[in-house]
Design a protein around this ligand. Sequence first.
Ligand code: SF4
Length: 542
Amino acid sequence: MAQTRIAPPAAKVEGQWAFDQREPLNGNEELKQADDGLNVRHRIETIYAHQGFDSIPGDDLRGRMRWWGLYTQRRPGIDGGKTATLEAHELEDSYFMLRVRCDGGKLTLQQLRTVAAISREFGRDTADITDRQNIQLHWIRIEDVPEIWRRLESVGLTTQEACGDVPRVIVGSPVAGVAADEIVDGTPAIEEIHRRYIGDPAFSNLPRKWKTAISGSPHQDVAHEINDVAFVGVVHPELGPGFDLWVGGALSTNPMLGKRLGAFVTLEQVPEVWVGVTSIFRDYGYRRLRTRARLKFLLADWGTELFRQVLEGEYLGYALPDGPEPAPPPTGRRDHVGVHPQKDGRFYVGAAPMVGRISGPILDAVADLVEAAGSDRVQLTSEQKLVVLDVASDDVDTVVDGLEALGLQVRHASTFRRGTLACTGIEFCKLAIVETKARATALVGELEKRLPTFDQPITINVNGCPNSCARIQTADIGLKGALAQGEEGYQVHLGGGLGLSLGLGKTLRGLRVPASELEDYVERVTRRFDEQRLEGELFAEW
Ligand code: SF4
């Protein structure tokens, strides 16, 4: 197949390595060029963990430590109004958030117990399930990091490349390999990419973060539309089950949904196609401005046809066959909450913690339940939920009752609890303007009381700042932290969605709902939808 080489732009310099624009054009690029973020581990183990927080220079503290999943956390008591006015060192505490990556959302019983013990011993019992299937711990001291790594790695877990300008955790269907209605199991591809390329210096300096999703579930359960590269299960009429390739999804600045390249990828080809797309991002991705350093901006300039041409001609060396687009998911729900049959006759049990918040003791208690049921596997979901796999029919009720006793609802999870996500927010995040987890928890509680019979799928995503860690633009009701007349409040995005109701929500410009009025506002909108909706109409269609 003929090589394709894109001609360099006439005048514009975007810092694209493919055109030998290697001169760093901003502080982040300088930092990465000066030293690979992966190298900070050696300094943590040999210097910082012994000499303490104050021995860590700023470039490592606020830059390279992310390559190992570490962010400094917000100092308690600094209100959101000060976020934009204080320097980073004034906002931060001497403790860290530590992100543990769980590729495909997978956790064995032993891994669950290990994370639980770390949470208890080193993280003041904190543990949050993120909407990318990670577990985040807080209150971590630099002195304890080597011991935490030793324990995690002894059971096959890692924090490597959990943050930073690198391939982050690969999200995958939480019910891969077990669901009775699965199209294809993407697990071998996730494992292969992780084994070969996570920690590979060839991909440890990308223009920005790099998000991957691989799911063969018909429920499209990994928010593939907002990943930089995604493989979505389809059945090719001649070639059988495989994946439809999507690229260029991302939220935050200029949110864009991913686009199909129209190419069919077999399970075996996924790792090499991933390498091809990731290499395009590394080589051609824009590095001049952080706000334009995601693949979506390159894709917007190139278009899908040229992108596919470069992928096939310059990186793969062969053409991919055209393939079908994914069938619409069967329902608006993709959280796997409830009891569902597996293909082997056993069951999986999905439980809903409140906005992903759990704790070391809860993880331990879940592990006890899982063990008693003879299972060895728990999965985290992209909806901040948790799924116990491989439960025999006779054990289902015991597992359900046990999870519900821990506050992890299964059979009676309200639509509000199932559909509400919240990012970290002001409790720990230095960028936050407002509270999120506690407020979302209170909101869910109020909505359950005020609208007890409402059972339509609805998503309410709560963000602490204009970034989009809780993907507000793809929620029915997206709430973005902002100040409203000097007090905490939320800007509102309405009518976004993924899957069946795919689209970006509309920003209600000029409307900022003060935190004190949030419950009334969301109740009003939800009630109106319930009264006016036609049979089968989703919120995004209303
Ligand atoms: Fe922090 Fe903002 Fe992300 Fe929330 S959305 S976790 S406040 S950066």
